[in-house]
Design a protein around this ligand. Structure first.
Ligand code: NAI
Length: 249
């Protein structure tokens, strides 16, 4: 029995890494998928064919999650295509390294706008139809760095801690109306985002990680399936941590 049969999910940043893994796993569990990403359709071809192989319907909608008009268009088009959106995964995110004393205002804004404002905008544009039906799941991809901090990433940490706070606040607002909101705060996972880290950062992180290895995307996707499916019906405002022991709460 598939866990997301007949459901419709929007996954942002689904052309790569964790978002791609979640989109494909949701499709394998029976969901139709909207892939919302900044990249071109060509660059999203791999995830679109994996969704097709899984046997459900995938639609690519080029989206900049930090841009209000773009997210409004995403929501409209997703509803036109599928009639409703049951699950929203706010996954699109960017990461840059800089000490606070060196960070440019532009870089601060770019990271906050993509990670935190993007999560707000997508939620704002899609939650209305979930509340009308009294049914929906919102999964926000935070980061373990939003829980414990990290050196040279103050903007990223602020954005991810903001996502955890937003998750709790919104979860309290809407759980009684049938919409469950939770977050996932992965530890370091092998994706193109982690490839962009310096070797120094990677070796330092490996040394301090209790599990002594970086995670794989398929070690995060089961948590997303849990939170999106009937199995996750009593999770409200939680931040789940597939993180190799980087954070222990
Ligand atoms: P990735 O770089 O492989 O994928 C990110 C995707 O988001 C890309 O397809 C990119 O085109 C898309 N994207 C970027 N800006 C966008 C925008 N403005 N609008 C729409 N799409 C946009 O990164 P990865 O590792 O898969 O990260 C996914 C999420 O997981 C991010 O929110 C990241 O912060 C979070 N995360 C990643 C960790 C890791 O170690 N890889 C650890 C903890 C959290």
């Amino acid at each position: 029995m598939k866990k997301l049969e007949g459901r419709v999910a929007v996954v942002t940043g689904a052309a790569s890494g964790i978002g791609r893994g979640i989109a494909v796993e949701f499709a394998r569990e029976g969901a139709d998928i909207v892939v919302a990403d900044l990249v071109s359709l060509d660059e999203a071809a791999a995830v679109m064919s994996e969704i097709a192989e899984a046997g459900t319907r995938g639609v690519f909608i080029r989206t900049d999650v930090s841009d209000e008009a773009s997210v409004r268009a995403l929501a409209q088009r997703a509803i036109e295509e599928f009639g409703r959106v049951d699950i929203l995964v706010n996954n699109a995110g960017i990461f840059t390294e800089s000490l606070l004393e060196d960070i440019s205002v532009e870089d601060w804004d770019r990271v906050l706008n993509t990670n935190l404002r993007g999560t707000f905008l997508c939620t704002r544009m899609l939650i209305g139809q979930m509340l009308e039906r009294g049914d929906g799941r919102i999964i926000n991809i935070a980061s373990q760095l939003g829980q414990i901090g990290g050196t040279s990433v103050p903007h990223y940490v602020a954005s991810k801690a903001g996502i955890i706070g937003l998750t709790k606040a919104l979860a309290r607002e809407v759980a009684g109306r049938g919409v469950l909101v939770n977050a996932i705060a992965p530890g370091p996972i092998e994706t193109p985002l982690l490839d962009r880290e310096t070797e120094e950062w990677r070796s330092g992180k490996l040394a301090e990680l209790p599990i002594k290895r970086f995670g794989r995307v398929d070690e995060v996707t089961p948590t997303a399936v849990l939170l999106a499916s009937a199995d996750g019906s009593y999770y409200v405002g939680q931040t789940l941590g597939p993180n190799g022991g980087d954070v222990m709460l």
